[in-house]
Design a protein around this ligand. Structure first.
Ligand SMILES: Cc1cc2nc3c(=O)[nH]c(=O)nc-3n(C[C@H](O)[C@H](O)[C@H](O)COP(=O)(O)O)c2cc1C
Length: 167
């Protein structure tokens, strides 16, 4: 298969849509990303962040971040945080984002999300092809809103979560 067709392979995985927020040295930032479940006990998740992005610098300094799970009412936020770089603007100010303080980490929590997970970096992997750092993070605290639904990212498009399967 050609390199061009193989590049479509990773897009075939349904992914979570999250906004990763971080804060260090009085600077805050956030970017759209995807996070994956590793284990419940301990509660571990994994994210991969391009080393060229502003949020990467903040995570490297603070060793913590919040995973804000985007609700299907927040499609605009996902687009906004995923299209602009924090080196250029303060996305929170630019897009008028409401935030709340976290209980265990310095990063701001984005209001109105399906869930907010406060995470501490447990280990990192930098030698990944394609310029990304991979972070395994432990959840220290979380909250969720059961009235909302999360979004799904598949083949570069957004989807709503559908009905639960009945066996
Ligand atoms: C749905 C979606 C998922 C994304 N997932 C990731 C990801 O997992 N890792 C990553 O490095 N960038 C990802 N991006 C791209 C970043 O969000 C984007 O480049 C952002 O502007 C980086 O911001 P920053 O430079 O302020 O950190 C994603 C973008 C979208 C729209």
């Amino acid at each position: 298969m050609s390199e061009q067709s193989l590049a479509k392979a990773p897009l075939q995985l349904p992914c979570s849509v999250v906004i990763i927020s971080a804060k260090a040295d009085n600077r805050q930032g956030a970017m759209t990303a995807t996070a994956m479940y590793i284990s419940q006990t301990p509660p571990l998740l994994v994210v991969s962040i391009s080393k060229t992005f502003a949020t990467y610098q903040l995570i490297e300094k603070s060793k913590g971040f919040a995973i804000n799970v985007v609700a299907d009412t927040q499609l605009d936020l996902s687009r906004q945080f995923g299209s602009v770089h924090g080196y250029e603007v303060d996305k929170f100010q630019e897009f008028g984002i409401s935030t709340e303080s976290a209980s265990r980490i310095g990063a701001p929590l984005i209001s109105g999300c399906f869930a907010n997970l406060e995470c501490q970096v447990k280990s990192s992997l930098w030698e990944v092809e394609g310029n990304h750092a991979v972070y395994v993070a432990e959840v220290l605290a979380f909250k969720m809103n059961e009235k909302l639904k999360p979004l799904v990212w598949l083949n570069s498009q957004y989807f709503e979560v559908g009905a639960q399967c009945r066996i």
